[in-house]
Design a protein around this ligand. Structure first.
Ligand code: HH2
Length: 262
């Protein structure tokens, strides 16, 4: 899953806010050529401390791009927690809603339930403005697992079928560095409910903490983390560096007992 941020303030500094939609389209084309199977576009940063923006501004950022991505032939995901943005994005062709808030906003469950789109339910403690101030858990693996199981049950009872649901432990969302690494080590636990697990670790601070490297210099660490996550059962990795991640995963695939047909 390639990250296409249409923001001015994403933590990785790769935001494309203000760029002409054709330039964003070229970035998306490159990601697909490099091996991305899903494009994830987002109009609002969720980095720690990020301010929330309004629906109209978010839609102004994503719709002109979304409308151009259809011909690329890969599923397009929209990273949003706002029901009105979800509805407009799905009407414009998005087939996956990536909600860091796990459909907890009023009307979000209904927006997805009334569509055919898939959804990623992510764990977050608190909200982006305050989540990194004092994250606390008795048992981070059990609590994240229980939260996701609960949100899956809520989604199912709202009419969202199981085969449309993906879960994500939410690396960096209301978690200390140690919480993040504990979750990574036990990622297989989250996959035990049989739902696909998505992980977003690319360039994040948990990698800076162990390598001492700043955001632009975390590619090698990101690749190692993507590989470890897939080894522990992750099915979708959300990344900035598509071509390099694809190579790493090709090598991993070749190492499996029954390599996939190329
Ligand atoms: N991380 C970010 C944004 N969306 N979605 C999912 N499902 N999982 C994640 O880990 C995740 C996510 C944060 O990364 P990024 O989009 O690169 O930065 P920003 O939120 O600052 O735009």
């Amino acid at each position: 899953m390639a990250i296409i941020n249409l923001t001015p303030d994403s933590f990785s500094g790769d935001g494309l806010a203000g760029k002409h939609p054709d330039e964003v389209l070229r970035r998306a084309e490159t990601a697909v050529r490099d091996g991305a199977a899903i494009l994830d576009i987002g109009g609002e940063s969720t980095r720690p401390g990020a301010p929330s923006i309004g629906e109209a501004e978010e839609l102004d950022r994503i719709l002109p791009v979304l409308e151009r991505l259809g011909p690329l032939g890969v599923p397009v995901s929209v990273d949003t927690n706002k029901p009105a943005v979800m509805r407009a994005a799905m009407a414009a062709g998005a087939s996956l809603i990536n909600d860091v808030n796990a459909l907890r906003a009023e009307g979000a469950l209904e927006a997805v339930a009334s569509s055919a789109a898939a959804v990623c339910l992510m764990h977050m403690q608190g909200d982006p403005r305050t989540m990194q101030q004092a994250p606390a858990y008795d048992d981070v693996v059990a609590e994240v697992g229980a939260f996701l199981a609960h949100r899956v049950a809520v989604a199912l009872s709202a009419g969202i079928e199981r085969q449309r649901i993906v879960v994500d432990p939410g690396f960096g969302f209301g978690k200390s560095v140690e919480h993040n690494w504990t979750l990574m080590r036990r990622l297989d636990f989250l996959g035990r409910n049989g739902l696909p697990v998505l992980v977003g670790i690319s360039r994040k601070s948990m990698l800076g903490a162990v390598t001492g490297r700043s955001v632009p210099d975390r590619m090698a660490a990101s690749l190692a983390a993507a590989l470890m996550a897939v080894e522990r059962g992750a099915r979708i990795v959300r990344v900035h560096d598509v071509a390099a991640t694809r190579d790493v995963l090709r090598v991993w695939e070749a190492m499996q007992e029954v390599p996939p047909r190329s």
